[in-house]
Design a protein around this ligand. Structure first.
Ligand code: PSU
Ligand code: MN
Length: 305
């Protein structure tokens, strides 16, 4: 098997049976501007530690697959220019050629699974883009959820995506979509997308048991846990809708395609909202990390039982 570079903290957690929560790095390099990206990464790691678990931020650095980054590595990654955005298609090539790259949800799931980590927290997953019927732009995150047994906690899908089509693809690929604490599927910056969530649970222990039951049944793939943004941090959909339309139009006018689409839209919306979208994004990632800790802790209990 490919060698993993575990941070000392992660190695100790594995030896001790302490719950571990995986975290992605594309949100740092392509999802938020510096210095808020590094500050957020540190805050999210602190949330995980405060909950009694250990954070494992994942990235490829000089050809090594890191499970857990040091503070210094986080700093370098957060300021580096031109870091690759890695998904299932290109992570192995990056490792094989000694490159450096940040992991998306898909790549982070693969790495977490290799390291035996079952729970992963992020902001939002990639999904079916609007206009996918002509562009075919569907994030590899969805196919990954269908095949890799990691439970991913996110704040639903962003309104820059086609949320109904995203839910359809998840259903077709057999991915459980579990909204935490409400019936409505959340839409990242807003608590509600106006769509019913396929599943809903109020208890992290139920989510942990559902994860284990799928494993026990031999069903491949993970679960998407949709955790609504805290009410006080929410941006009403009506406020964001025109900003999103402008961002999508700008992407089209500038011929933005493939991997550049999501980072371009996030950056555009950050500027158009004068940072309000980022403030909300930070709040929801922390909220997701806190829930991921509870699920990871519940899973540890099940293993012992
Ligand atoms: N959502 C965010 N911030 C992000 C991303 C999603 O709020 O930074 C990143 C994640 O790493 C996700 C990726 O896996 O974007 C999806 O990219 P694409 O749409 O190109 O598959
Ligand atoms: Mn895409």
């Amino acid at each position: 098997m490919i060698p993993l570079t575990l941070s000392p903290e992660v190695a100790k957690a594995q030896a001790d049976g302490t719950p571990i929560v995986a975290l992605e790095s594309t949100i740092i390099t392509h999802g938020m501007p510096w210095p808020q990206n590094v500050e957020t990464a540190r805050m999210v790691e602190a949330v995980v530690r405060d909950g009694g678990a250990v954070p494992a931020t994942i990235a490829v650095i000089d050809g090594a697959l890191h499970i857990g980054l040091t503070d210094a590595q986080l700093d370098v990654l957060g300021q580096a220019k031109g870091v690759a955005k890695l998904s299932r298609a290109d992570m192995a090539a990056c490792i094989a050629t000694g490159g450096t790259g940040a992991t998306t949800v898909a790549a982070t799931m693969i790495a977490a699974h290799l390291a035996g980590i079952e729970v992963f927290a992020t902001g939002g997953i990639g999904g079916v883009h609007r206009g996918a019927e002509t562009s075919f732009d569907i994030s590899a995150d969805l196919a990954e959820l269908a095949q890799t047994a990691v439970t991913v906690v996110a704040a639903g899908a962003k309104a820059i995506l086609d949320i109904p089509k995203t839910l359809e693809v998840l259903e077709t690929s057999g991915v459980p979509v579990i909204t935490f604490g409400q019936k409505d599927f959340p839409a990242f910056w807003s608590r509600s997308s106006g769509l019913d969530s396929p599943l809903s649970m109020d208890n992290p222990a139920d989510i942990a048991r559902a994860h284990r039951t799928r494993n026990a049944m031999g069903l491949p793939g993970g679960q998407l846990v949709a955790n609504p943004i805290p009410a006080k941090a929410e941006i009403p959909h009506a406020d964001l809708a025109p900003v999103i339309e402008t961002a999508l139009a700008a992407a089209k006018a500038q011929g933005i395609a493939a991997k550049q689409v999501t980072p371009f839209l996030l950056d555009h919306i950050f500027h158009a909202t004068e940072g309000a979208s980022l403030t909300a994004n930070i709040a929801l990632v922390k909220n997701n990390a806190a829930l991921a800790v509870r699920i990871a802790t519940a899973l540890t209990g099940l293993r012992e039982g």
